[in-house]
Write a protein that binds this ligand. Structure first.
Ligand SMILES: NC(=O)c1ccc[n+]([C@@H]2O[C@H](COP(=O)([O-])OP(=O)(O)OC[C@H]3O[C@@H](n4cnc5c(N)ncnc54)[C@H](O)[C@@H]3O)[C@@H](O)[C@H]2O)c1
Length: 267
């Protein structure tokens, strides 16, 4: 159902790999609400993912960009503003990848070259995105920038490994850049801390199924789905959230404020 919440708005969405991706659902919902979209993902995802299908479905051009490359990001936002014939109203950063997790390294035996790459892809890329937008003056006033994160930035989830620190860094970039963007352009910057969700990135974490079920039981509302996350992002990109900035916003069915739920113990 559409309420035209994003009618006339333009947005760049990173990270739609396949129909399970959170970014995929966000792009579909934003399109439904009337936004014009440009999609982006890493060049390798163009070959292995299904982003072209999504592009056709929502009439969105796809401009590939490795989010660790300033040159790629520069070309992406130049291309996006050319396509829109004007500036950008919202941006979603939905990018995450851990090399140490992928290579099966335990937290007490991490490879630091991998770790640097993980931080660059999963966190510094968010600063790179914002710095490029800032220098190009590509954001419309009162625009909205959001990135997806996870509560492992605040609490220990051992199998999340170095992604915990990536997310802590990502959330900090949102606060710090939020100050600058807010002061200059009234642009807001937030992170959305999402429940465990069945996606390529999510299910790469060891024991994901057990953990997904645990979080689902622990949360009074159950785990928030990717579709629900898309609704929340629409709200954040709409004019209904104009004064919300520099926040880490939990979108997790209540998980973050629970201590114990008897349902977890089967009581
Ligand atoms: N799935 C979960 O349980 C969960 C929970 C909370 C937060 N998140 C976060 O949501 C975001 C999206 O993940 P998802 O679960 O939809 O999985 P996903 O695998 O569908 O998305 C991750 C995306 O990152 C992209 N990417 C990787 N390296 C890149 C690079 N160098 N440049 C540009 N893009 C690159 C991938 O191509 C992919 O599209 C991530 O930040 C993830 O950490 C996921």
């Amino acid at each position: 159902m559409s309420n035209n919440l994003l009618q006339g708005k333009t947005g760049v969405i990173f990270g739609a790999l396949d129909e399970q991706s959170i970014a995929w659902k966000v792009a579909e919902r934003c399109h439904e609400e009337g936004a014009k979209i440009v999609l982006s993902n890493a060049p390798v995802a163009m070959r292995f993912g299904k982003i072209n299908e999504l592009g056709e479905k929502i009439s969105a051009p796809i401009i590939s960009a490795d989010a660790t490359s300033m040159e790629d990001l520069d070309k992406l936002f130049t291309g996006a503003t050319e396509h829109f014939g004007g500036k950008i109203d919202f941006v979603l950063h939905s990018i995450g990848m851990s090399l140490n997790v992928r290579k099966g390294k335990s937290y007490t035996d991490l490879n630091y070259d991998f770790m640097s790459k993980t931080f660059d892809i999963s966190a510094m890329s968010f600063h790179r995105v914002m710095q490029t937008l800032w220098k190009q003056e590509a954001m419309n006033d009162w625009g909205s920038i959001a990135a997806l994160t996870y509560i492992a930035a605040q609490r220990v989830f051992p199998d999340y490994s170095e992604m915990a620190e990536s997310k802590a860094l990502l959330e900090s970039f949102a606060r710090s850049f939020g100050y600058h963007f807010g002061t200059r352009n009234h642009v807001r910057v937030n992170t959305v801390s999402q429940s465990p969700t069945w996606t390529t990135a999510g299910s790469g974490v060891k024991g994901f199924k057990e953990f997904f079920d645990y979080a689902d039981k622990m949360s009074p509302l159950g785990n928030a789905s990717a579709e629900a996350c898309a609704d929340y992002c629409v709200f954040l990109f709409s004019d209904l959230s104009k004064m919300v900035t520099m926040q880490n916003l939990y979108h997790d069915g209540g998980f973050s404020n629970m201590g114990m739920n008897p349902a977890v113990l089967g009581l």
